[in-house]
Write a protein that binds this ligand. Structure first.
Ligand SMILES: *[C@@H]1O[C@H](CO)[C@@H](O)[C@H](O)[C@H]1NC(C)=O
Ligand SMILES: [Zn+2]
Length: 665
């Protein structure tokens, strides 16, 4: 800090070389003020030291002069602190430090309780989740009141940001209502996770793997209808009234805190003025819709050929149960029905994985290897010790895959994945997805607790998927021994791109409509009497699909999708499915990839890894456009990368569909 004050005579009158101490906990405005003072003091010292001494500077003299001015400088800082209510900001910073540490410790307990319940559903564990949730709510409310006492207007941006996060809340003040809300939440998730369907012969089926397996593999129209319908009938109706109560309570909490409804709070995670997020995703959807419409028309034709024109018309909506996926959200399981060039080498590696004796652990190690190859961190030992990688058979669990941060301090890391892994290519992708969350946790673990989050929720969802875009290239699958033959012709490429489109493009309208439904449920546009009709109106409009049998408002089909009962916002996935192609494109450029985007594999590129790491390490400390800029150089959600990726396929589909009636209205 202390540097000697040296003047070298008339020729060099510069007094640089001296570093003025600038306390960094001052606000930006105060820092500017001090800098101005610094200029003044420097000029003064310069005159004293150099000009009055007639260019013969005595080093000792300079030192003492500097020392004296230093004292003056510090005096100035002190008086400024007093004058400008700086004590408040210092106090605020201290308060925040304690807040962040206590929040961290509470997050640890919260995660522990939720983990216990998610990996072992019992009434006792559910009750603990409710208690911890109530404790958290109570504490946050208390802290919010404390936080509101600070006048943050003159504080630095970073301090302001933290206060904003703390004081943005939708918590109910009434303790009975808090409890009701927590209990309904746990109950809804339990109905979903323990839902079973029993057959005439007395055997009972679970969603994962039984019913999902039927939908994925059966090609019997009636069997598919049965599985589709039974799941919805099993879990939907018992949830419906509870869901309406849950929405009412969430809205009440939001309104108590000055928000129009809970949807406003959810959208707040994107730090955009209300209305702008929906505007943004709508604009992106308009740009990708032509590609989706081409895919839709092509798949509809193939399904019509497979099941008959009486079952699937070639002009209207497609029945929702024929896509190989319980929610018709991704269609890759019917690749065999729609494959453009069946004579080309196989690109699904599921069978090969089984033949080569893959198990869950080996699949996770395979994923970890990729992350390590670009310079990201290996999973800590506790990850392997504590994760739940397969479905246990001695208890009920929430099978829906998830990644967990236990908010430990660096050096004592505890991060875990919970999933019911099956040996197939789809789950290999899911593992990369979940491990992407873990890498994000690991990379921002030394941020303040409040900033241990994604730049926005969509960023968090996009990390693993970005990596999986490299992993799932035939080139990479060959490299790791899962594919023997890779075609090098256009037909093979069309197969490859179509398979990818079934997962990525097919998802887009689904990713968009889920929260369009919930935003309208929260705002009251869709009332409980119209939950199901409102749901299907959006499914029909955006996805161009319809229920295979007539549905009424007695049904509650939204409840059959995990994120509805679990209360997880969904627009993050739409964001992610666009952003991951932007990330992929940026990382491929960094890796020096040359050629079409869909062939890029960033394996072993430390340059790409560093670029990614730099963005991940920011956590939630800055608004997302800055994180977007750090990795892609642009600040927007931009569909041009996904469109570029699928350009050859879109061209091919247009040719195939030239005689089709596109769309479904
Ligand atoms: C599941 O939770 C119950 C408490 O409800 C506990 O007694 C039991 O040991 C737990 N089982 C496992 C395998 O963790
Ligand atoms: Zn995820």
């Amino acid at each position: 800090m202390w540097k000697f004050w040296l003047c070298f005579g008339a020729v060099f009158l510069s007094c640089s070389g001296y570093t003025w101490p600038l306390p960094d906990q001052l606000s930006a405005a105060q820092q500017r003020e001090l800098k101005e003072l610094q200029q003044d003091v420097e000029t003064e010292i310069e005159e004293l030291c150099c000009q009055n001494e007639l260019k013969r500077c005595c080093v000792e003299k300079k030192k003492s002069l500097a020392q004296r001015n230093m004292e003056e400088w510090e005096g100035l800082i002190d008086s400024l602190k007093e004058l400008k209510s700086t004590p408040d900001e210092e106090e605020a910073i201290k308060w925040l430090e304690e807040y962040n540490e206590e929040l961290r410790q509470r997050n640890v307990r919260n995660a522990e309780a939720n983990w216990a319940q998610a990996t072992n559903i019992t009434d006792e564990n559910a009750a603990k989740v409710v208690e911890v949730t109530l404790e958290v709510t109570k504490w946050s409310l208390k802290k919010m009141e404390e936080a509101k006492k600070f006048d943050t207007s003159g504080f630095s941006d970073d301090v302001k940001r933290q206060f904003k996060m703390i004081t943005t809340s939708g918590s109910l003040s009434d303790e009975d209502k808090q409890r009701q809300l927590a209990e309904i939440g746990t109950e809804l998730e339990k109905i979903y996770s323990t839902g079973t369907v029993c057959q005439a012969d007395g055997t009972c089926l679970k969603l994962d793997p039984d019913l999902e397996g039927i939908i994925a593999k059966s090609r019997d129209y009636d069997r598919l209808t049965w599985a589709w319908l039974s799941w919805r009938d099993a879990v939907g109706p018992p949830m419906k009234d509870k869901y309406a109560q849950w929405v009412a309570l969430l809205n009440e909490g939001a309104q108590e805190n000055g928000f129009a409804d809970k949807g406003v709070l959810w959208r707040g995670a994107y730090e955009m003025p209300d209305g702008k997020l929906e505007e943004m995703v709508d604009a992106v959807w308009e740009q990708v819709k032509p590609l989706y419409t081409q895919l839709h028309a092509y798949v509809r034709r193939k399904l019509s050929e497979k099941y008959g024109a009486d079952k699937v018309s070639t002009t209207g909506h497609i029945p929702a149960h024929l896509f190989g996926n319980m929610w018709a959200q991704q269609w890759n399981n019917i690749y065999d029905i729609v494959v453009p060039f069946p004579d080309q080498p196989e690109i699904d590696v599921s069978d090969t994985m089984v033949e080569q004796g893959y198990d869950a652990l080996r699949m996770f190690k395979t994923a970890e290897e990729f992350f390590k190859s670009i310079g990201l961190r290996p999973m800590p030992q506790t990850f392997w010790d504590k994760s739940m990688l397969t479905r246990p058979d001695d208890r009920e669990v929430v099978c829906h895959g998830s990644a967990w941060d236990f908010y430990h301090l660096p050096g004592d890391t505890d991060v875990r994945i919970k999933m019911c892994t099956k040996v197939n290519q789809e789950d290999l992708y899911v593992i990369h997805h979940e491990m992407g969350h873990i890498e994000y946790f690991l990379t921002y673990e030394d941020q303040k607790t409040l900033y241990r989050g994604g730049a926005n929720p969509g960023f968090h969802e996009a990390v693993g998927d970005t990596i999986a875009l490299s992993v799932n290239t035939p080139g990479h699958l060959k490299k790791i021994g899962l594919l023997q033959n890779v075609g090098h012709n256009q037909d093979f490429e069309i197969n490859e791109l179509l398979k990818m489109a079934l997962a990525k493009v097919a998802f887009l309208p689904f990713g968009l409509m889920i929260d369009k439904w919930r935003w309208r449920v929260f705002s009251g546009d869709i009332t409980p009497d119209n939950y199901n009709t409102g749901w299907w109106n959006l499914r029909m409009k955006y996805q161009g699909i319809k229920p295979p049998v007539e549905r009424t408002n007695k049904d509650f089909d939204p409840g059959a999708k995990y994120h509805i009962p679990s209360g997880t916002p969904y627009i993050r996935y739409f964001f992610s499915f666009i952003a991951q192609f932007q990330f992929h494109q940026a990382l491929c450029k960094e890796a020096g990839h040359d050629g079409p985007l869909h062939k890029c594999d960033i394996y072993e590129s430390k340059a790409a890894g560093t670029k990614l790491k730099n963005m991940l390490s920011m956590g939630e400390s800055r608004p997302w456009p800055e994180a977007m800029k750090a990795i892609t150089g642009q600040e927007k959600l931009d569909p041009s990368a996904i469109l570029k990726y699928f350009e050859p396929l879109e061209k091919w589909l247009r040719e195939q569909n030239k005689d089709e009636k596109l769309g479904w209205d």
